[in-house]
Design a binder for this molecule. Structure first.
Ligand SMILES: *Cc1c(COP(=O)(O)O)cnc(C)c1O
Length: 406
């Protein structure tokens, strides 16, 4: 455990990262206070919940990302007045499309919701009878073709519409699978490397057969360029999570692309009720929050942020390496969660604790620290931390590993 005295002692020996925090008077409480003014009520404490430092990443189970103050203000502002929901979505859709230089956009309920309404829009077009028919797809195009290597659990967002998945491996197989029931071709950006068909070829196949293409880019900012890249490349629809790298509301997302599909997708969303996406409502607070989060994300100094993450990861890595028997690896995933990331491994004859037990010790310690990992290693990213917390993580990782050497 980390006593206050010990924190002060430890931190005074740790070099400053990016000159962010100038004094040694650094406690988790102060770091938290820097992130947001303390609420009059401590709801999480009241409910008996422990908060934690997020050294893991943008996980839904860990409530995603933290929103900047400007986003929180937009949400609070939204709660004070009534507006027409459709008109708000219209205006914000236009604004986002302009910012991202694409034809049209809408704020969805996460990337998952974007996939469901996007496909539903493709299947039904502007036909309101078809809209209320879903998830019964009798007489409608109802097949979505995707690569076997792209078939992850989130494809439930597609089958929610009533559509079926058709899995293929090669371009040849894809062309053979196309028939009069083919509604859409779907691509998972995170698994680009694993699939045989890459972006341009996939888009070209869609165009050749006049079938819309959709790319799931949920966790694909950074880099910021991805917000523009895939609509420009020719994907008809592109989905991003709102509450991952963009740091908008965790239940919001973006659907970008062709106006005709996005207008059709909107027919499935509230205020309309006899639709499959009535439960994917995005009300004014989150619409505004998403818009402001995107504006802020676009304005950010991405290079500076990257350097901060690199320094933070190096600090934690160096701290872990000071324990004999420990090895680290700094890496950047090529797609999805494309941020400096750390793997920590050790010789369990020298450091006598398993990675799962070490992760548990970090989570059970004070302050609690969430990480990812498996039986071989602990995985850490710093992009979801409040800057400064990396020093606490560096200290605790070292402490947990050092304690296991005795
Ligand atoms: C996170 C994620 C989703 C779901 O996104 P939400 O915004 O949580 O709805 C879908 N696909 C992939 C690849 C993801 O990483």
């Amino acid at each position: 455990m980390l006593s206050r005295r010990k924190v002060l002692k430890t931190l005074s020996g740790v070099p400053l990262v990016g000159g962010l925090i100038g004094t040694g008077l650094l406690t988790p409480q102060i770091l938290k206070a820097n992130a947001a003014p303390p609420a009059a009520r401590n709801f999480f404490k009241e409910l008996g919940l422990r908060t934690f430092i997020n050294a893991a990443g943008t996980y839904t189970s860990m409530t995603g990302s933290l929103m900047p103050d400007e986003v929180v203000s937009a949400i609070s502002y939204g709660a004070t007045e009534y507006v027409d929901l459709d008109q708000l979505h219209d205006k914000v859709g236009e604004r986002i499309a302009e910012l991202l230089e694409c034809e049209y956009a809408t704020v969805s309920s996460g990337a998952f919701g974007a996939m469901t309404i996007g496909l539903a829009g493709v299947i039904c077009g502007m036909d309101t009878e078809k809209v209320s028919q879903l998830p019964n797809t009798d007489g409608l195009k109802n097949e979505v073709i995707l690569q076997e290597a792209h078939n992850i659990g989130y494809t439930h967002a597609l089958t929610n519409t009533g559509a079926k998945l058709v899995r293929i491996k090669t371009a040849k197989e894809l062309e053979k699978a196309i028939n009069k029931n083919t509604a859409m071709l779907w691509f998972l950006n995170a698994n680009t490397e694993e699939g045989e068909i890459k972006w341009e070829e996939f888009v070209a196949l869609g165009k050749k057969h006049n079938i819309p293409t959709f790319i799931d880019c949920a966790a694909d900012v950074p880099p910021v360029e991805n917000l523009f890249k895939f609509t420009k490349m020719g994907f008809d629809l592109v989905a991003f999570s709102g509450g991952k790298g963009i740091r908008g509301p965790q239940s919001a997302g973006l659907l970008l692309g062709k106006r005709k599909y996005i207008e059709a997708a909107r027919l499935h969303t509230p205020p309309r009720g006899t639709t499959i996406a009535r439960g994917m409502k995005v009300n004014k607070e989150e619409v505004l929050g998403m818009m402001v989060a995107l504006e802020m994300y676009l304005q950010k100094d991405h290079k500076q942020e990257w350097e901060l993450w690199e320094n933070q990861i190096k600090l934690i890595s160096d701290s872990a390496l000071s324990v004999v028997g420990v090895e680290t690896e700094i890496h950047v995933p090529p797609h999805a969660n494309h941020v400096p990331s750390l793997r920590i491994k050790w010789d369990q004859n020298a450091v006598k604790i398993s990675p799962p037990d070490a992760r548990k010790a970090l989570m059970d310690g004070h302050p609690a620290i969430s990480t990812v990992g498996n039986d071989e290693m602990i995985g850490i990213t710093t992009w979801m931390m409040v800057p400064g917390q990396e020093r606490i993580v560096a200290h605790r990782v070292k402490e947990v590993l050092q304690n296991a050497t005795n």
